[in-house]
Design a protein around this ligand. Sequence first.
Ligand code: UTP
Length: 275
Amino acid sequence: MIRKCLFPAAGYGTRFLPATKAMPKEVMPIVNKPLIQYGVEEALEAGMHDIAIVTGRGKRALEDHFDVSYELEHQINGTDKEAYLADIRRLMDQCTFSYTRQKEMKGLGHAILTGETLIGREPFGVILADDLCDGNSDGVMAQMARIYAKYRCSVVAIEEVPQDQIEKYGVIAGSEIEDGLFMISDMVEKPSPEEAPSNLAIIGRYILTPDIFDILRETPPGRGGEIQITDALLTQAKRNMVLAYKFKGRRFDCGSVAGFIEATNYYYERMRDDG
Ligand code: UTP
C-alpha cells in the first residue's frame, strides 16, 4: 500500500500570465474547485493519505486552501452554504499535508528530489495537478497503484498523442507485456516528430520507487538546463524495470489555456447533468 503522494507545484505557470503573477496555477479552479483539490481527491481514492507538496515563492494560497479558515467557518456554520465546504472538509479530515519549498526552479526532476525530505525511503505517487485526469469511477492513480502492487517497480502513465503534439512530452519506447502495459526500453524528452520513438507520451502521473532520489542526485541537467525526471527514469529502466501504463480515462492539459477551457466545459456539463 502506498501512503504518500507528492505534488510538484513550484513552477511559474508562465502560460497563464498574468493570472499566475500573484496566484499559483494549482489553485486556479475548474468550475468551482482548484486544480490541486482534484489531484488530492485522486490520491486519496488510491489510498494515499499523506500529501506532500513542493511549493515555491508566492504559493501561500496552496497551504491556506488545505487549512481551516476560521472566519469563513464561523460565518457559514449552520447555514445551507456549509454544503459547499463538504468536500474540502473531508479531505482535511482524511489527509495530512506537508510542504517544502523548491528554492530554484530547476525542473521537474529537481522538484521531485526536493520532495525527498517529505517522502523518505518508500514508494510514492506523483501527481502534476495541471494534468487533470478523469478516470470516471476508477481514478488514474488508483489504476496505477494496482499495477505497482503486482510488479513493485516505478510506473508512469502514458497516452497516445498526435504527431504534431509529440514535442511537448517525454516519449517512450518499449515492449507490451500486458494489454496497455509496456516495459520501457527507451525514453526521449520533448523529441521532434522524427526523433520520437513512438506516439506514447508520458503524462503527469507517476509511481516511483525511492531509489529514484539517488539517481536524480546523479542526473546532470538535460534539455533546457533542467533536471529531467525522464532522464532519471531511463537510468532506472536500464538498472531495473520501469513500466508505462496506458491509463483508462480522459486527461486535460490544464497547463495550457485550450486544455483548461476544455476541462472547464467538460466538468461544467457533468455538474449540470448530476444536478
Ligand atoms: P510545467 O512546465 O508544465 O509547469 O511543469 P510550469 O513551469 O509551472 O508552467 P509553464 O510552462 O511556465 O506555463 C510541470 C509541473 O512541474 C512543476 C510545475 O509546478 C508543474 O506542476 N515544476 C516544474 C516544479 O515544481 N518545479 C520546476 O522547477 C518545474
